[in-house]
Design a protein around this ligand. Structure first.
Ligand SMILES: [Zn+2]
Length: 433
Protein backbone atom coordinates (compact mmCIF):
# COMPACT_ATOMS: atom_id res chain seq x y z
CA UNK A 1 0.00 0.00 0.00
CA UNK A 2 3.02 2.25 0.36
CA UNK A 3 3.14 3.00 -3.37
CA UNK A 4 -0.51 3.91 -3.44
CA UNK A 5 0.01 6.37 -0.62
CA UNK A 6 2.90 7.94 -2.53
CA UNK A 7 0.82 8.23 -5.67
CA UNK A 8 -2.14 9.69 -3.79
CA UNK A 9 0.11 12.23 -2.13
CA UNK A 10 0.84 13.98 -5.41
CA UNK A 11 -0.41 17.51 -4.89
CA UNK A 12 -2.32 19.68 -7.29
CA UNK A 13 0.88 21.61 -8.02
CA UNK A 14 3.13 18.66 -8.77
CA UNK A 15 0.62 16.51 -10.67
CA UNK A 16 1.09 18.58 -13.86
CA UNK A 17 4.86 18.22 -13.67
CA UNK A 18 4.50 14.50 -12.96
CA UNK A 19 2.17 14.12 -15.96
CA UNK A 20 4.52 15.96 -18.31
CA UNK A 21 7.58 13.98 -17.25
CA UNK A 22 5.64 10.71 -17.48
CA UNK A 23 4.28 11.67 -20.89
CA UNK A 24 7.73 12.41 -22.30
CA UNK A 25 8.97 9.09 -20.96
CA UNK A 26 5.97 7.23 -22.45
CA UNK A 27 6.40 8.90 -25.86
CA UNK A 28 10.10 8.04 -25.98
CA UNK A 29 9.42 4.44 -25.04
CA UNK A 30 6.54 4.16 -27.50
CA UNK A 31 8.58 5.64 -30.35
CA UNK A 32 11.56 3.37 -29.70
CA UNK A 33 9.71 0.17 -28.90
CA UNK A 34 6.25 0.15 -30.51
CA UNK A 35 6.34 -0.23 -34.28
CA UNK A 36 2.92 1.31 -34.68
CA UNK A 37 3.90 4.54 -32.92
CA UNK A 38 7.22 4.87 -34.71
CA UNK A 39 5.40 4.56 -38.03
CA UNK A 40 2.62 7.04 -37.26
CA UNK A 41 4.97 9.62 -35.71
CA UNK A 42 7.39 9.37 -38.62
CA UNK A 43 4.48 9.77 -41.01
CA UNK A 44 3.35 12.92 -39.20
CA UNK A 45 6.93 14.16 -39.00
CA UNK A 46 6.84 14.62 -35.26
CA UNK A 47 9.38 13.40 -32.73
CA UNK A 48 8.71 12.73 -29.01
CA UNK A 49 11.00 15.61 -27.94
CA UNK A 50 8.74 18.09 -29.75
CA UNK A 51 6.03 17.46 -27.15
CA UNK A 52 7.01 20.08 -24.58
CA UNK A 53 3.72 20.44 -22.71
CA UNK A 54 0.73 18.16 -22.24
CA UNK A 55 -1.41 20.29 -24.56
CA UNK A 56 1.06 19.42 -27.37
CA UNK A 57 -0.51 15.96 -27.32
CA UNK A 58 -2.99 17.24 -29.89
CA UNK A 59 -0.13 17.19 -32.44
CA UNK A 60 -0.04 13.41 -32.25
CA UNK A 61 -2.33 10.99 -34.08
CA UNK A 62 -5.02 8.98 -32.29
CA UNK A 63 -5.03 5.28 -31.47
CA UNK A 64 -8.28 3.42 -32.20
CA UNK A 65 -9.69 -0.03 -31.43
CA UNK A 66 -9.24 -0.90 -35.10
CA UNK A 67 -5.54 -0.01 -34.83
CA UNK A 68 -5.24 -2.46 -31.93
CA UNK A 69 -6.95 -5.26 -33.86
CA UNK A 70 -5.07 -4.58 -37.11
CA UNK A 71 -1.73 -4.71 -35.31
CA UNK A 72 -2.40 -8.11 -33.79
CA UNK A 73 -0.49 -9.93 -32.35
CA UNK A 74 2.68 -8.08 -31.27
CA UNK A 75 2.85 -4.62 -32.81
CA UNK A 76 1.59 -2.74 -29.77
CA UNK A 77 3.86 -4.31 -27.19
CA UNK A 78 6.59 -2.08 -25.73
CA UNK A 79 8.28 -4.99 -23.92
CA UNK A 80 9.54 -8.41 -25.08
CA UNK A 81 6.95 -11.19 -24.80
CA UNK A 82 8.97 -12.83 -22.00
CA UNK A 83 8.23 -9.80 -19.77
CA UNK A 84 4.48 -10.15 -20.22
CA UNK A 85 2.82 -12.25 -17.56
CA UNK A 86 -0.83 -11.87 -18.54
CA UNK A 87 -2.78 -11.37 -21.77
CA UNK A 88 -6.38 -10.23 -21.95
CA UNK A 89 -8.14 -11.10 -25.17
CA UNK A 90 -11.02 -8.92 -26.31
CA UNK A 91 -12.96 -10.90 -28.85
CA UNK A 92 -13.84 -9.37 -32.15
CA UNK A 93 -16.53 -11.25 -34.11
CA UNK A 94 -14.28 -12.64 -36.83
CA UNK A 95 -10.75 -11.61 -37.54
CA UNK A 96 -8.11 -10.46 -35.11
CA UNK A 97 -8.91 -10.10 -31.43
CA UNK A 98 -7.59 -7.14 -29.45
CA UNK A 99 -4.79 -8.25 -27.14
CA UNK A 100 -3.80 -6.31 -24.05
CA UNK A 101 -0.65 -7.43 -22.23
CA UNK A 102 0.40 -6.85 -18.64
CA UNK A 103 3.84 -6.98 -17.12
CA UNK A 104 4.23 -7.76 -13.42
CA UNK A 105 4.42 -4.06 -12.74
CA UNK A 106 1.24 -3.42 -14.80
CA UNK A 107 -0.62 -5.94 -12.64
CA UNK A 108 0.59 -4.17 -9.54
CA UNK A 109 -0.57 -0.84 -11.00
CA UNK A 110 -4.07 -2.27 -11.68
CA UNK A 111 -4.32 -3.56 -8.14
CA UNK A 112 -3.38 -0.14 -6.81
CA UNK A 113 -5.95 1.53 -9.01
CA UNK A 114 -8.68 -0.81 -7.80
CA UNK A 115 -7.58 -0.22 -4.23
CA UNK A 116 -7.81 3.53 -4.95
CA UNK A 117 -11.33 3.00 -6.25
CA UNK A 118 -12.37 1.06 -3.16
CA UNK A 119 -10.78 3.67 -0.95
CA UNK A 120 -12.68 6.48 -2.70
CA UNK A 121 -15.91 4.63 -1.79
CA UNK A 122 -14.69 4.15 1.79
CA UNK A 123 -14.44 0.39 1.36
CA UNK A 124 -11.72 -1.30 3.37
CA UNK A 125 -10.38 -4.70 4.38
CA UNK A 126 -13.14 -5.15 6.95
CA UNK A 127 -15.72 -5.18 4.14
CA UNK A 128 -17.24 -8.25 2.54
CA UNK A 129 -17.35 -7.68 -1.19
CA UNK A 130 -19.63 -9.69 -3.47
CA UNK A 131 -19.35 -9.43 -7.27
CA UNK A 132 -22.31 -10.16 -9.55
CA UNK A 133 -21.68 -9.71 -13.28
CA UNK A 134 -22.73 -11.20 -16.62
CA UNK A 135 -20.43 -13.84 -18.03
CA UNK A 136 -19.64 -11.43 -20.90
CA UNK A 137 -17.95 -9.27 -18.22
CA UNK A 138 -15.72 -12.08 -16.97
CA UNK A 139 -12.52 -10.04 -17.43
CA UNK A 140 -13.90 -7.34 -15.15
CA UNK A 141 -14.98 -9.99 -12.67
CA UNK A 142 -11.47 -11.38 -12.36
CA UNK A 143 -9.82 -7.93 -12.20
CA UNK A 144 -12.21 -6.72 -9.51
CA UNK A 145 -11.73 -9.90 -7.51
CA UNK A 146 -7.97 -9.38 -7.55
CA UNK A 147 -8.33 -5.75 -6.51
CA UNK A 148 -10.67 -6.63 -3.65
CA UNK A 149 -8.42 -9.47 -2.45
CA UNK A 150 -5.42 -7.15 -2.61
CA UNK A 151 -7.31 -4.79 -0.36
CA UNK A 152 -7.61 -7.70 2.08
CA UNK A 153 -11.41 -7.83 1.98
CA UNK A 154 -13.33 -11.10 2.03
CA UNK A 155 -14.29 -11.40 -1.62
CA UNK A 156 -17.08 -13.43 -3.22
CA UNK A 157 -16.32 -13.56 -6.98
CA UNK A 158 -19.01 -13.94 -9.65
CA UNK A 159 -20.46 -17.43 -9.62
CA UNK A 160 -23.17 -18.88 -11.81
CA UNK A 161 -25.58 -18.60 -8.90
CA UNK A 162 -29.24 -18.04 -9.41
CA UNK A 163 -30.57 -14.91 -7.81
CA UNK A 164 -32.09 -16.72 -4.82
CA UNK A 165 -28.74 -18.32 -3.95
CA UNK A 166 -26.98 -15.01 -4.49
CA UNK A 167 -29.32 -13.32 -2.01
CA UNK A 168 -28.94 -16.17 0.47
CA UNK A 169 -25.13 -15.83 0.36
CA UNK A 170 -25.48 -12.05 0.60
CA UNK A 171 -27.59 -12.40 3.75
CA UNK A 172 -25.71 -15.24 5.46
CA UNK A 173 -22.21 -13.95 4.78
CA UNK A 174 -23.23 -10.38 5.59
CA UNK A 175 -22.08 -8.83 2.31
CA UNK A 176 -21.45 -5.13 2.89
CA UNK A 177 -20.49 -4.10 -0.64
CA UNK A 178 -21.90 -5.39 -3.92
CA UNK A 179 -20.29 -4.79 -7.32
CA UNK A 180 -22.65 -5.13 -10.26
CA UNK A 181 -24.30 -3.32 -13.19
CA UNK A 182 -27.41 -1.11 -12.87
CA UNK A 183 -29.49 -3.58 -14.92
CA UNK A 184 -28.42 -6.58 -12.84
CA UNK A 185 -29.20 -4.57 -9.70
CA UNK A 186 -32.72 -3.89 -10.95
CA UNK A 187 -33.08 -7.64 -11.32
CA UNK A 188 -31.82 -8.23 -7.77
CA UNK A 189 -34.18 -5.58 -6.42
CA UNK A 190 -37.09 -7.19 -8.27
CA UNK A 191 -36.18 -10.56 -6.70
CA UNK A 192 -36.01 -9.01 -3.21
CA UNK A 193 -39.46 -7.50 -3.64
CA UNK A 194 -41.01 -10.55 -5.31
CA UNK A 195 -39.89 -12.85 -2.51
CA UNK A 196 -40.56 -10.27 0.20
CA UNK A 197 -37.03 -10.66 1.50
CA UNK A 198 -36.66 -8.43 4.57
CA UNK A 199 -34.16 -5.71 3.75
CA UNK A 200 -33.31 -5.43 7.44
CA UNK A 201 -31.77 -8.91 7.21
CA UNK A 202 -29.16 -7.69 4.73
CA UNK A 203 -25.92 -5.98 5.74
CA UNK A 204 -25.48 -4.22 2.40
CA UNK A 205 -24.14 -0.68 2.78
CA UNK A 206 -22.68 0.13 -0.62
CA UNK A 207 -23.20 -0.79 -4.24
CA UNK A 208 -20.43 -0.15 -6.76
CA UNK A 209 -21.65 0.05 -10.33
CA UNK A 210 -19.65 -0.71 -13.41
CA UNK A 211 -20.38 -1.18 -17.09
CA UNK A 212 -23.46 1.00 -17.48
CA UNK A 213 -24.69 4.50 -16.78
CA UNK A 214 -26.27 4.83 -13.35
CA UNK A 215 -29.16 7.27 -13.62
CA UNK A 216 -30.36 9.42 -10.75
CA UNK A 217 -33.71 7.63 -10.45
CA UNK A 218 -32.06 4.24 -9.95
CA UNK A 219 -29.65 5.72 -7.43
CA UNK A 220 -32.48 7.32 -5.44
CA UNK A 221 -34.63 4.22 -5.67
CA UNK A 222 -31.82 2.07 -4.25
CA UNK A 223 -31.09 4.58 -1.52
CA UNK A 224 -34.77 4.62 -0.50
CA UNK A 225 -35.42 0.90 -0.66
CA UNK A 226 -32.14 -0.57 0.51
CA UNK A 227 -30.55 2.35 2.39
CA UNK A 228 -27.33 1.98 0.44
CA UNK A 229 -24.83 4.42 -1.03
CA UNK A 230 -24.18 3.97 -4.73
CA UNK A 231 -20.89 4.69 -6.51
CA UNK A 232 -20.02 4.41 -10.16
CA UNK A 233 -16.84 3.63 -11.89
CA UNK A 234 -15.49 4.11 -15.41
CA UNK A 235 -12.91 1.90 -17.02
CA UNK A 236 -11.90 0.18 -20.23
CA UNK A 237 -10.06 -3.11 -20.57
CA UNK A 238 -8.11 -1.63 -23.52
CA UNK A 239 -6.63 0.86 -21.04
CA UNK A 240 -5.91 -1.81 -18.47
CA UNK A 241 -9.12 -1.41 -16.44
CA UNK A 242 -10.05 1.36 -14.01
CA UNK A 243 -9.79 4.98 -15.19
CA UNK A 244 -12.15 7.16 -13.10
CA UNK A 245 -14.07 6.80 -9.85
CA UNK A 246 -16.94 8.46 -8.09
CA UNK A 247 -16.32 9.89 -4.62
CA UNK A 248 -18.69 10.54 -1.74
CA UNK A 249 -19.76 13.87 -3.31
CA UNK A 250 -21.19 11.86 -6.23
CA UNK A 251 -20.90 14.67 -8.70
CA UNK A 252 -18.73 13.32 -11.48
CA UNK A 253 -15.98 10.71 -11.56
CA UNK A 254 -12.40 11.59 -10.56
CA UNK A 255 -9.89 10.65 -13.25
CA UNK A 256 -6.81 8.77 -12.04
CA UNK A 257 -4.60 11.66 -13.20
CA UNK A 258 -1.39 9.88 -12.23
CA UNK A 259 -2.24 7.19 -14.77
CA UNK A 260 -4.01 9.00 -17.61
CA UNK A 261 -4.05 12.31 -19.44
CA UNK A 262 -7.60 13.06 -20.58
CA UNK A 263 -8.69 15.11 -23.59
CA UNK A 264 -12.13 15.83 -25.02
CA UNK A 265 -12.43 15.94 -28.80
CA UNK A 266 -15.09 16.54 -31.39
CA UNK A 267 -15.80 12.95 -32.53
CA UNK A 268 -16.37 14.08 -36.11
CA UNK A 269 -13.42 16.42 -36.70
CA UNK A 270 -10.98 15.10 -34.08
CA UNK A 271 -10.35 18.69 -32.88
CA UNK A 272 -9.75 19.27 -29.18
CA UNK A 273 -12.68 20.95 -27.44
CA UNK A 274 -12.44 23.52 -24.62
CA UNK A 275 -12.83 22.40 -21.01
CA UNK A 276 -16.42 21.80 -20.06
CA UNK A 277 -17.56 20.91 -23.59
CA UNK A 278 -19.20 17.59 -24.25
CA UNK A 279 -17.30 15.35 -26.63
CA UNK A 280 -15.44 12.07 -27.01
CA UNK A 281 -13.06 11.12 -24.23
CA UNK A 282 -9.48 10.43 -25.35
CA UNK A 283 -7.01 9.00 -22.84
CA UNK A 284 -3.23 8.61 -22.90
CA UNK A 285 -1.75 6.06 -20.50
CA UNK A 286 1.17 7.16 -18.33
CA UNK A 287 2.08 4.01 -16.44
CA UNK A 288 1.34 1.04 -18.72
CA UNK A 289 4.56 -0.83 -19.41
CA UNK A 290 3.38 -3.53 -21.83
CA UNK A 291 0.85 -1.55 -23.85
CA UNK A 292 1.32 2.21 -23.61
CA UNK A 293 -1.52 3.84 -25.54
CA UNK A 294 -1.28 7.37 -26.87
CA UNK A 295 -4.49 9.35 -27.45
CA UNK A 296 -6.75 6.30 -27.31
CA UNK A 297 -10.23 7.14 -28.62
CA UNK A 298 -12.61 5.65 -26.08
CA UNK A 299 -15.75 6.27 -28.16
CA UNK A 300 -17.46 7.43 -24.96
CA UNK A 301 -19.12 10.84 -24.71
CA UNK A 302 -18.57 12.93 -21.61
CA UNK A 303 -17.23 16.31 -20.47
CA UNK A 304 -14.41 17.29 -18.13
CA UNK A 305 -15.27 19.10 -14.91
CA UNK A 306 -12.33 21.26 -13.80
CA UNK A 307 -13.86 22.77 -10.65
CA UNK A 308 -12.67 21.41 -7.36
CA UNK A 309 -14.94 18.72 -5.99
CA UNK A 310 -16.75 19.08 -2.66
CA UNK A 311 -14.76 16.07 -1.41
CA UNK A 312 -11.56 18.16 -1.59
CA UNK A 313 -9.74 15.95 -4.12
CA UNK A 314 -8.01 17.95 -6.81
CA UNK A 315 -8.21 15.54 -9.74
CA UNK A 316 -10.34 16.52 -12.71
CA UNK A 317 -13.65 14.77 -13.00
CA UNK A 318 -15.62 13.48 -15.94
CA UNK A 319 -19.40 13.54 -16.18
CA UNK A 320 -20.94 10.03 -16.13
CA UNK A 321 -20.81 8.40 -19.58
CA UNK A 322 -24.30 7.80 -20.93
CA UNK A 323 -23.70 7.60 -24.68
CA UNK A 324 -21.11 6.72 -27.28
CA UNK A 325 -19.80 8.47 -30.36
CA UNK A 326 -19.33 5.27 -32.30
CA UNK A 327 -21.66 2.44 -33.15
CA UNK A 328 -21.25 0.63 -29.85
CA UNK A 329 -24.37 -0.18 -27.88
CA UNK A 330 -24.36 -1.11 -24.23
CA UNK A 331 -26.54 -4.03 -23.22
CA UNK A 332 -26.32 -4.91 -19.54
CA UNK A 333 -22.73 -3.63 -19.40
CA UNK A 334 -21.61 -5.57 -22.47
CA UNK A 335 -20.57 -3.31 -25.33
CA UNK A 336 -21.33 -4.47 -28.84
CA UNK A 337 -20.28 -2.57 -31.92
CA UNK A 338 -22.96 -2.73 -34.60
CA UNK A 339 -20.27 -3.23 -37.24
CA UNK A 340 -19.57 -6.46 -35.40
CA UNK A 341 -23.16 -7.57 -35.99
CA UNK A 342 -22.75 -6.98 -39.70
CA UNK A 343 -19.53 -8.99 -39.66
CA UNK A 344 -21.31 -11.69 -37.68
CA UNK A 345 -24.05 -12.00 -40.33
CA UNK A 346 -21.62 -11.90 -43.23
CA UNK A 347 -20.00 -14.99 -41.79
CA UNK A 348 -23.19 -16.93 -42.58
CA UNK A 349 -23.11 -15.70 -46.16
CA UNK A 350 -25.83 -13.17 -45.47
CA UNK A 351 -24.52 -10.40 -47.63
CA UNK A 352 -27.73 -8.91 -48.84
CA UNK A 353 -30.41 -8.86 -46.27
CA UNK A 354 -31.97 -6.48 -43.80
CA UNK A 355 -31.79 -6.94 -40.10
CA UNK A 356 -33.11 -5.38 -36.96
CA UNK A 357 -31.20 -5.50 -33.71
CA UNK A 358 -33.59 -4.91 -30.91
CA UNK A 359 -33.35 -4.96 -27.14
CA UNK A 360 -36.36 -4.41 -24.93
CA UNK A 361 -36.65 -4.23 -21.23
CA UNK A 362 -38.25 -7.49 -20.17
CA UNK A 363 -38.60 -7.68 -16.38
CA UNK A 364 -35.31 -5.83 -15.90
CA UNK A 365 -33.40 -8.11 -18.22
CA UNK A 366 -32.64 -6.67 -21.58
CA UNK A 367 -32.54 -9.70 -23.86
CA UNK A 368 -31.52 -8.63 -27.36
CA UNK A 369 -33.17 -10.04 -30.46
CA UNK A 370 -31.82 -10.12 -33.97
CA UNK A 371 -34.54 -10.16 -36.61
CA UNK A 372 -33.40 -11.33 -40.00
CA UNK A 373 -35.19 -11.08 -43.28
CA UNK A 374 -34.81 -14.60 -44.63
CA UNK A 375 -35.42 -15.05 -48.33
CA UNK A 376 -34.05 -17.18 -51.15
CA UNK A 377 -30.98 -15.00 -51.46
CA UNK A 378 -29.88 -15.91 -47.95
CA UNK A 379 -31.20 -19.36 -47.41
CA UNK A 380 -32.58 -22.04 -49.67
CA UNK A 381 -32.65 -25.07 -47.37
CA UNK A 382 -35.49 -26.88 -45.61
CA UNK A 383 -37.26 -25.75 -42.46
CA UNK A 384 -35.28 -28.13 -40.17
CA UNK A 385 -32.07 -26.82 -41.75
CA UNK A 386 -33.17 -23.25 -41.04
CA UNK A 387 -33.92 -24.16 -37.44
CA UNK A 388 -30.47 -25.72 -37.10
CA UNK A 389 -28.79 -22.66 -38.65
CA UNK A 390 -30.56 -20.29 -36.25
CA UNK A 391 -29.54 -22.39 -33.25
CA UNK A 392 -25.93 -22.38 -34.45
CA UNK A 393 -26.05 -18.61 -34.87
CA UNK A 394 -27.47 -18.12 -31.37
CA UNK A 395 -24.71 -20.29 -29.89
CA UNK A 396 -22.05 -18.42 -31.87
CA UNK A 397 -23.49 -15.04 -30.84
CA UNK A 398 -23.36 -15.96 -27.17
CA UNK A 399 -19.84 -17.32 -27.55
CA UNK A 400 -18.60 -14.14 -29.28
CA UNK A 401 -20.43 -11.44 -27.35
CA UNK A 402 -21.00 -13.18 -24.01
CA UNK A 403 -24.71 -12.47 -24.25
CA UNK A 404 -27.71 -14.55 -25.31
CA UNK A 405 -29.51 -13.17 -28.34
CA UNK A 406 -32.60 -14.72 -29.86
CA UNK A 407 -32.31 -14.86 -33.67
CA UNK A 408 -35.64 -14.75 -35.48
CA UNK A 409 -36.41 -15.10 -39.18
CA UNK A 410 -38.98 -12.54 -40.30
CA UNK A 411 -40.71 -11.36 -43.45
CA UNK A 412 -39.48 -8.08 -44.93
CA UNK A 413 -42.93 -6.56 -44.31
CA UNK A 414 -42.72 -7.36 -40.57
CA UNK A 415 -39.41 -5.59 -40.32
CA UNK A 416 -40.59 -2.58 -42.31
CA UNK A 417 -43.77 -2.24 -40.31
CA UNK A 418 -42.03 -2.54 -36.98
CA UNK A 419 -42.53 0.57 -34.90
CA UNK A 420 -40.68 1.72 -31.83
CA UNK A 421 -42.76 0.69 -28.85
CA UNK A 422 -42.89 2.19 -25.38
CA UNK A 423 -40.71 -0.51 -23.92
CA UNK A 424 -38.18 -0.48 -26.69
CA UNK A 425 -34.67 -0.01 -25.48
CA UNK A 426 -32.79 -0.09 -28.71
CA UNK A 427 -33.52 -0.48 -32.36
CA UNK A 428 -31.09 -0.57 -35.20
CA UNK A 429 -32.50 -1.36 -38.60
CA UNK A 430 -29.99 -1.76 -41.39
CA UNK A 431 -29.15 -3.36 -44.69
CA UNK A 432 -26.08 -5.52 -44.87
CA UNK A 433 -23.95 -4.45 -47.75
ZN1 LIG B 1 -14.87 14.23 -5.23
Amino acid sequence: MENMEQINNLTEENISQYQLESLQHVLNRAYKRVNFYKNVMDKKGIMPEQIEKTSDLSLLPFTTRDDLALNYPYNFFAVPLRDIVRLHTLKMPFGNPVIIGYTKSDIETRRLLFAQFFKSCAIGQEDIIQIYLEKGMAVWGSELKEGAEYLGALTIPPDPLNLQSLLMVMRDFKTTALITTPTAMQNILHEIQKNEIPVAGLSLKKILFIGEYLDKNTRNQLKDRLSVDCYSFYGLIELGGPCAFECEAQNGLHIAMEHFIPEIIDPLTGENLPAGSEGELVLTTLRSKANPLIRFRTGDITSIILQRCDCGRHEWRIAPVSKTSDKRVNIRGIKINLFQIKDFLRNYNMHQTRYLFVARDFTYKKEPELWLVMDNKNFSGSLPQLHKLLLTMETDFEDIFGLYCSIKPVELSALEQYKIGDRLFLEIKEDIK
